[in-house]
Structures are given as structure tokens and as C-alpha cells.
Design a protein around this ligand. Structure first.
Ligand code: KIV
Ligand code: ZN
Length: 532
């Protein structure tokens, strides 16, 4: 990690704060796939999870530390409340990483002290100091966050930060936990910290913020102007409630407007030196991977990574762009890795060509993954004449998706049309290997399929979101289906891609149901441990 004062450090919390949004729950293999991609993207720090939260979280942090936390890879961080057992779990989980960080936090706003912690300011000061010192016994790299800093009394914040730094915090992170501040206020808060915390030169100032008022990115950019050098963000801005500051927006704002930001970082206005270590060409791919695995769709008009972000619809704009791109484009789509929609492979392409193109696109698959993806590729190439880069990405992302393989779809068949009652038949294999078949009538073919599947699996759930998107244009395009369902107040997502959208719909639903089953199985196991 480059730690120069004039560099902006990118701390990615997609796997911790991002995963906290309903339905975004990822399993360990999916977290690992995202962590590997974050490493290719060039983030400096990956907050891999909250190790103490559950055995699954612990294992995920530990596995990411082992696999991605190499000498020249990113720092691997675990969150921990300011408690001994939390910090100990975080320390254990990050141990396999070449560079590990513990991020500990305690709230500092009056409202949190009074209602949540029921502690005095003096108690919070003492805890912050003691817990940072405790974390320091495990690693030199300790980050401290005063939660709800955006609504904390500045004088108290200065004291807590001074004590945390004196106890060994090397990064102090200032969270706008509830997304309440405005850019000018947040910038002043950072300036106040720089001016009033006597030992602030011994730590890096970081910022963390939620997007409740849609101001998180603007707040961070103002913070950079006032001395913040680490930005905590997530891919596609996913996270608690309205989400976190979006990595791609921050990075591209700093890149496209670097002449504006250069002087704040002690550089000459014209300096071309990148402000972050991010490989911007990996942005689009990372966004797609996170969206597919979490089931959190990206809105079409989302800045940088939305489907329309580089599309010009109006005639005046199109005419201008044809004459000179700069008339309406402030950045080249290729900068974020949006390749031309090239036709690269077809049904006669062999395994070698397939592997080579995937490598060129930045995908390094194991032999087993490649074999699975190649079978899918051949199936699709039989139905679709031309396979584009985007199709390849859909195939690979679908294969990387590791919804637990409990119920399996063996067959789905529908009959529908203007004069027919939509009817579906499904054959599924249960986790025990039994083959079950059922049929149902629905309001449409997808409804009929879902009703038939429900008759087989027999678990109450409510479908709350269903979306179909085509990967490329054309009648034979691959359709991607993303669904979210709710069961006992928990949300589970499923995603699948196929040239047949009925098959994709059935598979996406089964993927979500399998996540539901896996979650209830692990709940039962935890309950059994508690009861014994
Ligand atoms: O939003 C927040 O305050 C957090 C902290 C734990 C940093 O996520
Ligand atoms: Zn947060």
C-alpha cells in the first residue's frame, strides 16, 4: 500500500458495510471471488468482514486474508467493536494476511451515548484508549472510528481522537453514520480535526459515510480538500439503508477532475500522476460482479456504471458526439473497462480460445471452473451464433456464483400463449437425491414456474423483486434474471443467466431458495450448539 500523504488511499468495505444491506448476503466463495476482483481493481485495503459476528464471517475474513492478503496484495481488515472478544476474533481472522488491520469503533454522539451505550463521555474515552491499545498488541495497523462522528460534539471528538492516536491508532476514521451532514459541514469537521487534535500528524484521516441524503460522495470530496487521505467506500455504493459512498464515483471524480484536486494534495495543477492506486479499467467488471453476486441491481442512470451512463439518446447529443466526442463526453467509456461489444467467439471456438479471451478480460479460472464455464459456453454457443465479451462475462459470473447446491433444477417446461392457461412442469432433485416433479397454473409462465417450484420445495416465501435484463442486443441475447424473496423478515437474492429467460427465471429462484435453506440450516445448527 502506498502511504504517501499526497495519495488517496481507497478502503473498500463492500464485503462488510456493503454486505449489511438486506438480501446482499454472500457466501464464502462469493466473498472470495469479490475480494480477488477488488485486489485486481487495486484497492489498498479490503474490509473483509466483522469476524466476531458469526463463524461464517470469521471464516470469510480468514480465507480472504490467506488468499488475497499477499505481500504485494491489499491490507486485509476486520471490523471489531471496542470489546476484548471482538478485537481478539478480528486479530485471529486477519492473522494469515501479510498485512492485517484491526478496525475498532465506539459511538461518540450524545444520542448514541445516552440511548445505545448508556455510558458517560469519560467512560467512552477510557474504552477507546484501552481498546486501541489492546488491538495494538496484535498488529501495528489499527484504525479507530468514533461512530456517528457527524453528529458528535466536535470538542469531545477531538479528545477521543487524541487519546486513540496516543494509544496507537494509525488511522482515524470519521463516519457520517446516518448520512446527515452536508458537504460544507463535513469539510469543516475534517478541518476542525486537523486543526485541533494535537497529534493528528501521527495518523491518517479517513472518512466513511452513508448516502441517506445522497451526499456521501460530495461529502468525501470536500473532506479530501480539507485533509482526508483515506476514503471508505463500496462498489455500486451498496450498504446499510441508502448505501455508502460509491467507490467508482469517488475514483472517477478524482481522476477526471484531477487538475482541480491536485493542489489540495500538494501537487502542481497539471500533474498527471494518478491520485489513487485504482486500475480504472477494472471498474465496470467489478461493478457487474458485485451486482450479480449480491442481487443488488444497478439503476440504469447510476453514475459511471449504470447502463445509460455512456449512452447518448437525444439527436442533438448524438450529432455532437459523432462530430467530436468531447462535446458531450467527459470521460471515455474504455477508461472504466467498457469494451466495445466485440464479437469474439462462436460455436466452433475451442477451449484454448475461450481461456485466452477470458484471460484477456482479466478472468483467471481454475481448471475446474474453466471446465464448468466451457460447458455453459458451448451450450449457449449452440443457441446463440455470436458470443460477445459481455456474454462471456455473464457466463463466468454465473459460474462464479456459488448459491449452495441443495435443490437442483432438472427440467422446466411451460405452455403458454394467448389462448392457453400458463402451465409449468418442473422436475427437481432434492438435497437427498430424490427426484420430484410437480406442475402448476399461473398468471403467466414465470408465475406458473414459481408456483410449481414452491409445490416441490414447500417453504413459505414472498417474491419481492423480479427483473430481467438482456446482456446484449438481439433476439438471441442472454437474459439475466435477478430476484429477491423474503422469508421471515430476511431477504435472499438469486441470479441466473440463460438464453431462455424461463430457464434463467427458474434457476434464479432456486438459487435464492437454496440460500434460504442454507441460512435456516445454519440457524438450526447454531441453535443445536446453544441447546447442548
Ligand atoms: O457507518 C458507520 O459508522 C460504520 C462504522 C462501523 C465505521 O460503519
Ligand atoms: Zn457504515
Amino acid at each position: 500500500m502506498k502511504n504517501k500523504a499526497e495519495q488517496i488511499i481507497i478502503f473498500d468495505t463492500t464485503l462488510r458495510d456493503g454486505e449489511q444491506c438486506p438480501g446482499a448476503t454472500l457466501n464464502i466463495d462469493e466473498k472470495l471471488a469479490i475480494a480477488k476482483q477488488l485486489s485486481r481493481l487495486g484497492v489498498d485495503i479490503i474490509e473483509a468482514g466483522f469476524a466476531f459476528a458469526s463463524p461464517g464471517d470469521f471464516e470469510a475474513v480468514s480465507k480472504i486474508a490467506q488468499t488475497v492478503g499477499t505481500e504485494d496484495g491489499p491490507v486485509i481488515c476486520s471490523l471489531a467493536r471496542a470489546r476484548h472478544d471482538d478485537i481478539k476474533a478480528a486479530a485471529e481472522a486477519i492473522k494469515p494476511a501479510a498485512k492485517g488491520r484491526i478496525h475498532t469503533f465506539i459511538a461518540t454522539s450524545d444520542i448514541h451515548l445516552k440511548y445505545k451505550l448508556k455510558k458517560t463521555k469519560a467512560e467512552v474515552l477510557a474504552i477507546a484508549e484501552e481498546m486501541v491499545a489492546y488491538a495494538k498488541t496484535f498488529t501495528n495497523d489499527v484504525e479507530f472510528s468514533p461512530e456517528d462522528a457527524g453528529r458528535s460534539e466536535p470538542e469531545f471528538l477531538y479528545q477521543v481522537l487524541e487519546r486513540a492516536i496516543a494509544a496507537g491508532a494509525t488511522t482515524v476514521n470519521i463516519p457520517d453514520t446516518v448520512g446527515y451532514t452536508t458537504p460544507t459541514e463535513f469539510g469543516s469537521l475534517i478541518k476542525g480535526i486537523k486543526d485541533n487534535v494535537p497529534n493528528i500528524d501521527k495518523a491518517i484521516i479517513s472518512v466513511h459515510g452513508h448516502n441517506d441524503l445522497g451526499l456521501a460522495v460530495a461529502n468525501f470530496l470536500e473532506a479530501v480538500k480539507n485533509g482526508a487521505r483515506q476514503l471508505e467506500c463500496t462498489i455500486n455504493g451498496i450498504g446499510e439503508r441508502a448505501g455508502n459512498a460509491a467507490l467508482e464515483e469517488l475514483v472517477m471524480a478524482l481522476h477526471v477532475r484531477r487538475q482541480f484536486f491536485n493542489p489540495f494534495l500538494g501537487r502542481s495543477v497539471e500533474s498527471e500522476e494518478p491520485l489513487t492506486n485504482i486500475d480504472t479499467r477494472q471498474i465496470y467488471k467489478t461493478s457487474r460482479l458485485v451486482s450479480n453476486l449480491t442481487g443488488m441491481l444497478v439503476q440504469p442512470n447510476k453514475a459511471i456504471v449504470g447502463a445509460n451512463a455512456f449512452a447518448h439518446e437525444s439527436g442533438i447529443h448524438q450529432d455532437g458526439v459523432l462530430k467530436n466526442k468531447l462535446t458531450y463526453e467527459i470521460m471515455d467509456a474504455q477508461l472504466i473497462g467498457l469494451t466495445e461489444n466485440q464479437i469474439v467467439l462462436g460455436k466452433h471456438s475451442g477451449r484454448n480460445a475461450f481461456r485466452t479471451r477470458l484471460r484477456e478480460l482479466g478472468y483467471e479460472l481454475t481448471d475446474a471452473e474453466l471446465n464448468k464455464a466451457f460447458v455453459r459456453f458451448k451450450e449457449i454457443a449452440d443457441k446463440k451464433k455470436e458470443i460477445t465479451d459481455w456474454d462471456l462475462e455473464a457466463i463466468v459470473n454465473d459460474e462464479i456464483q456459488q448459491a449452495p447446491d441443495l435443490f437442483r433444477l432438472e427440467l422446466v417446461q411451460v405452455s403458454c400463449g394467448s389462448n392457453a392457461r400458463p402451465t409449468a412442469t418442473v422436475t427437481m432433485r432434492t438435497p437427498e437425491g430424490e427426484e420430484l416433479m410437480d406442475a402448476a397454473i399461473g398468471t403467466g409462465p414465470v408465475d406458473a414456474v414459481y408456483k410449481a417450484i414452491n409445490r416441490v420445495v414447500n417453504v413459505p416465501n414472498q417474491l419481492i423483486e423480479f427483473s430481467v435484463q438482456s446482456v446484449t442486443a438481439g433476439i438471441d441475447a442472454i437474459g439475466e434474471v435477478t430476484i429477491r424473496l423474503k422469508s421471515e423478515d430476511r431477504v435472499f437474492s438469486g441470479h441466473a443467466a440463460n438464453t431462455d429467460i424461463i430457464v434463467a427465471s427458474a434457476q434464479a429462484y432456486i438459487n435464492a431458495l437454496n440460500r434460504l435453506f442454507a441460512a435456516s440450516q445454519s440457524k438450526q445448527q447454531q441453535q443445536a450448539v446453544v441447546n447442548n
